[in-house]
Design a protein around this ligand. Structure first.
Ligand code: PXP
Length: 239
């Protein structure tokens, strides 16, 4: 069975839009876990645009497996070493991006990333690197001592033709095979949806999928009727 990690950053985005207590990412995480999610993912960004430090600390206490996405940044590394999530996924981070764009350039930053991997592993944290499905990056990832790579599926998800989608799927498959040969565990994510996930699931080397946006989008839609019904019940009871 392929494991599913659910990213709840968007729950925090809605909360932060009002600086309100709700919706609460740890509460959403527990519901996702109850539905069968194998891990919960949050990205503690340096600008704290959605997930806050308090969310990470609470999640660590409440969920069975916490995967913290994080930049290789001094302040965030310190927090990760203190909180000790079950897993840390190192990602590139740009201030003005809407979401993580592209994978980490591990080959170009081997020393810096290897140091971060070593520091996190010393605290007992399992380390994954989010990379493009590129053989050079897979090989460099193995050299850092990381235990896993997460292959970026964004180009696959955004492919506008069957030919391009096939090409991207092949790149992901080859990167996954290379990673396994180098004894790295393999996960994949970014842009995966209810429509495009099935071809990725068929790649045998991929053991875990990390999905955020499309699940949260679906949760809003399937939950809408119930939420409106509950409010209407309350209003009607008051008259
Ligand atoms: N994996 C990583 C490393 C990510 O940065 C993200 C986005 O936060 C995801 C997976 C999930 O992507 P999406 O929200 O498009 O499902």
């Amino acid at each position: 069975m392929v494991r599913l990690g659910v990213n709840v950053d968007h729950v925090a985005t809605v909360r932060q839009a009002r600086r309100a207590p709700e919706p609460d990412p740890p509460a959403a995480a527990l519901l996702a876990q109850r539905a069968g999610a194998d891990s919960i993912i949050v990205h503690l960004r340096e600008d704290r645009r959605h997930i806050q430090d308090r969310d990470v600390k609470l999640l660590k206490k409440k969920v069975k497996r916490l995967n913290l996405e994080m930049a290789v940044a001094k302040e965030i590394l310190k927090i990760a070493c203190e909180v000790r999530p079950d897993q840390a996924t190192l990602v590139p981070e740009k201030r003005r991006e809407l979401t993580t764009e592209g994978g980490l350039d591990v080959a170009g930053n081997l020393e810096k990333i290897s140091k971060a991997v070593k520091r996190l592993k010393k605290k007992g944290i399992f380390v994954s690197l989010f990379i493009d499905p590129d053989l050079k990056q897979v090989i460099a990832s193995a050299e850092t001592g990381a235990q896993m790579v997460e292959l970026h599926t964004g180009c696959y998800a955004e492919a506008k033709s069957k030919k391009k989608e096939d090409k991207e799927l092949k790149r992901i498959t080859m990167a996954a095979q290379k990673a396994r040969k180098l004894s790295l565990e393999v996960s994949a994510g970014h842009g995966l949806t209810y429509q495009n996930v099935s071809r990725i699931v068929k790649i045998p080397e991929i053991e875990e999928l990390n999905i955020g946006h499309n699940i949260i989008a679906r949760a809003v839609m399937v939950g809408m009727k119930e939420a409106v019904r509950e409010m209407l019940d309350l209003i009607k009871r008051r008259r």
